[in-house]
Design a protein around this ligand. Sequence first.
Ligand code: SF4
Length: 110
Amino acid sequence: MKAGIIRCMQTEDYCPGTTDFYAIREKKGAFAGVEGEIQLIGFISCGGCPGKKVLLRVRELVKRGADTIVFASCIQKGTPMGYACPFAEKMKELVRRELGEDFPILDYSH
Ligand code: SF4
């Protein structure tokens, strides 16, 4: 897997992504059961509320080789402070439309 991770910009001050990197390294959470090496292509924020920059960032991740887009848990689960992104569904809809139905998109990371 070549993962491109989108994270919440509002959460960056709370979290440097340690658990995401752990989940990739140990194949836990959304990465459990992945066969072979997991390569991290990029780890970038959505670009800030209300998430309209997400497409530009996803395009760049895919251009650089990502074959799976991962929404970090801070977005849809709201970790670590229990505050999910109010724009998560819209962002996902945009990304799904951009990449097509068959492109792997993970809703959380851990
Ligand atoms: S749009 Fe959502 S994911 Fe992006 S910074 Fe705002 S709350 Fe976070």
